[in-house]
Design a protein around this ligand. Structure first.
Ligand code: UT7
Length: 333
């Protein structure tokens, strides 16, 4: 494989540390099936989900992010004072403004770091990684915190058959900093707005509150078309990311796709012809689909379980509402 050349004047970037926060409460399928006329067997067969983590009132988007960041910073050996930018990928911070990233930076003691939220749904963490990597490479920032966090239980209708068994809560974070070698490959990313409606907030805030009876907006998903799109199109994107990184499947140690559905993960692994030596993240089984948080949570799980080691190469891919997607190859810190 030919390795991509670094343009003159640019340095490299890498992940320096990873952290996660998983809500305390585990909610098994048996607790949610009655409200959606479903069964544990149907949910496990169709999605691979056995149980999910649901946040309690005291586990907020901010508190979960701060906890994940503290671990990531400690593992990276980076002080909050040395963070130049905080990027928060989320769709479940319920204030339109200000960005929750500013509050997280404040609580971490990372001020006056630049801080902003990023809305790319399930692709958000990999979008954030791409921005952080380019900031570090260009010298715009030395160290960047990238957070994927969701409290989807706040915007999920427990009686909606199409989403109630999938979505869950949690936070994952990484510190991205400079490197002598390429630790984060160039991103392959994009969107397909012709499928804008496939995963969406059911009604806009103004419509929701102008109705006779105020409605709390929740998520809706055309599950099967998204499933088919992800299963067929996303492996091609992942392959492009491998090619751009100059990494063959035989040089890969781990595959960490967005934890949407175990069947999508399996379909992508088959299309990519991953050898048995490649570890595949299967965090969805007991964490559920946590949108922007799913990739960093799955990454953290593989590190914690000792399934990957420092220096290993992992292929990330994330996809979801928009429909937006992003993929890159990273080196495990
Ligand atoms: O994270 C962002 C990206 N999201 C994704 O990637 C999710 C993609 N989609 C999926 O994961 C899958 O589409 C689901 C897990 C949501 C659904 O699985 P599916 O294999 O696509 O099922 P389906 O929607 O085609 O429904 C199959 C059958 C239908 O019944 P009939 O028409 O075959 O009689 C549904 O009415 O299952 C029925 N069904 C259910 N049955 C029990 C639909 N929802 C449920 C349910 N429990 N919750």
């Amino acid at each position: 494989m030919t390795r991509p050349q670094q343009p003159p004047g640019l340095r490299h970037s890498r992940i320096l540390g990873v952290g996660a926060y998983r809500p305390r409460r585990l909610v098994p399928n048996s607790e949610i099936v009655a409200a959606i006329d479903s069964t544990d067997e149907w949910i496990q067969t169709r999605s691979g989900i056995k149980t999910r983590r649901i946040a309690s009132d005291d586990e907020t988007v901010t508190s979960m992010s701060v906890a994940a960041c503290r671990t990531a910073l400690e593992r990276a050996g980076v002080s909050p004072y040395d963070i130049d930018c905080v990027i928060v990928a989320t769709v479940s911070h319920l204030l339109q403004t200000p960005a929750v990233a500013t509050l997280i930076a404040e609580e971490l003691g990372a001020t006056p770091a630049a801080a902003f939220d990023l809305s790319a749904a399930c692709a958000g963490f990999c979008y954030g990684m791409a921005l952080a990597s380019d900031m570090v490479r260009c010298g715009t920032a030395h160290n960047v915190l990238v957070i994927g966090v969701e409290k989807l239980s706040d915007i999920t209708d427990p009686t909606d058959r199409g989403t109630a068994f999938i979505f869950a809560d949690g936070a994952g974070a990484v510190v991205v900093g400079p490197s002598d070698t390429m630790g984060i490959s160039p991103v392959v990313w994009g969107s397909d707005g012709s499928k804008y409606d496939f995963i969406r907030q059911e009604v806009a805030w103004d419509d929701a509150f102008q109705r006779d009876e105020a409605t709390w907006p929740t998520l809706r998903m055309e599950g099967n078309p998204v499933f088919r799109w992800a299963s067929f199109e996303m492996a091609k994107v992942a392959k492009q990311a491998l090619d751009l990184a100059g990494v063959g499947v035989d040089e890969l140690d781990a595959f960490i796709p967005h934890q949407a559905n175990m069947r999508i993960t399996d379909a992508m692994a088959r299309s990519l012809k991953l050898p048995p030596s490649v570890v595949i993240a299967r965090d969805v089984a007991d964490q559920g689909n946590t949108s922007a948080a799913s990739v960093p949570l799955a990454l953290d799980r593989l590190i914690e379980d000792g399934q990957v080691s420092s220096g290993d190469r992992a292929l990330l891919i994330a996809f979801g509402a928009g429909l937006a997607y992003a993929s890159q190859v990273v080196t495990i810190p």
